[in-house]
Design a protein around this ligand. Structure first.
Ligand code: ACO
Length: 323
């Protein structure tokens, strides 16, 4: 039996901190509104680094902690919705910067669920026996997709990257994943790609090119999907929540996490959060949290942890693992 496990984690966030107070100087908002509705106090906003710069730095950090060499990596998956360009992929750019010449590279778009999806894909590929050491990165420069004149979305997001090395193992690390998607609700959180007019249609074929969101619809989907995926995982693995030490949720909004904690009857302390300092960095939130927990020594070998996310698409996914 081939298993897969997390070997190391890493992270990188731009130095530039933008507080709620800073935002209130450029738009009609306040620290009070943002803090009470979301839990966010500040976020990092990139000044001159793009998605691949953040991804490379987070990936390098995870690689250094793993004890592996760049040439040992045979798979790089970058989960992102804010790549530098359509192609080459961010993962290929990272491969070149790291010198990971033996890696197969591709990007994956499942928005904020992207890191969880990436870990599930990497783990499945390792379990085929064809791959040994995967670098999975969630990296976003969402600040370039935001409509800075829309206070209802601009205050929620930030830039950052997190990474993990997932490796072939003789003992069970990653136990199971659960995923689901609902494309019919895609319009509740979307961002157009290019501002071009198609020669084949009368109208503009792209209606918008900045992030737009129906917050209430996303809230409803997020809470339902997170609870469903956690329950699916428990059912399929016969593991009870008492055995789970931490739940690492996608860091969108403290009220979503509070709601989920109440719904599954678990103390909020079991849900680690750092969204007060980073905001919602989409695919990067979960590995940013894992890295912080690891650096604080909170994760012990054998601890059972659930990662759970939701995002545009709409998508949702969860993963249960032994650390
Ligand atoms: N500052 C001050 N006032 C604001 C701001 C702001 N930044 N943004 C909106 N408002 C105002 C609105 O204009 C509105 O005013 P009005 O009543 O005079 O019209 C009022 O605040 C309420 O606005 P709502 O949009 O109804 O606010 P709501 O209570 O729904 O909270 C929020 C918005 C926090 C986004 C909420 O809908 C939510 O938690 N949604 C979940 C989705 C989410 O977190 N998405 C982000 C992540 S998506 C992802 O990760 C996949």
């Amino acid at each position: 039996m081939i298993y897969s496990k997390f070997l190391s984690v890493g992270a990188y966030a731009p130095e530039n901190i933008v507080t709620n107070e800073d935002l209130s100087k450029i738009m009609d908002t306040s620290d009070e509104w943002i803090s009470t509705r979301t839990g966010i106090k500040e976020r990092r906003i990139s000044k001159n680094e793009d998605c691949s710069d953040l991804a490379y730095k987070a990936g390098k950090n995870a690689l250094e902690k793993s004890g592996l060499k760049a040439e040992d990596i045979d798979l790089i998956i970058v989960a992102t919705v804010s790549p530098d360009m359509f192609f080459p992929s961010v993962s290929c750019i990272v491969q070149d910067k790291l010198g990971a010449e033996n890696a197969t590279c591709f990007d994956l778009n499942a928005a904020c669920s992207g890191f969880v999806y990436g870990c599930i894909v990497a783990s499945s590929m390792i379990k085929t026996g064809e791959y040994k050491n995967a670098l999975v990165i969630g990296s976003e420069v969402l600040s370039k997709l935001l409509d800075w004149e829309d206070r209802s979305t601009a205050v929620l997001f930030g830039d950052g990257a997190g990474a993990a090395i997932i490796t072939k193992s003789e003992t069970e690390g990653i136990i199971a994943g659960a995923t689901s998607s609902n494309g019919s609700k895609g319009g509740s959180l979307s961002c157009g790609a290019l501002d071009v007019k198609s020669p084949f249609t009368e109208e503009d074929n792209i209606k918008h090119k900045k992030l737009i969101m129906n917050g209430r619809e996303v809230f409803k989907f997020a809470t339902g999907a997170m609870v469903d995926n956690i329950n699916k995982l428990l059912e399929k693995t016969n593991i009870s929540l008492d055995e789970v030490k931490y739940i690492v949720p996608h860091q969108a909004n403290v009220r979503i996490i509070d709601y989920v904690a109440r719904k599954i009857n678990e103390p909020i302390e079991k849900f680690y959060m750092n969204l007060d300092r980073y905001g919602n960095t989409s695919s990067a939130t979960i590995p940013l949290v894992l890295n912080e927990m690891d650096e604080k020594g909170l994760l012990q070998k054998g601890d059972k942890i659930i990662l759970v996310g939701f995002g545009a698409g709409l998508t949702s996914g969860a993963l249960i693992l032994n650390w």
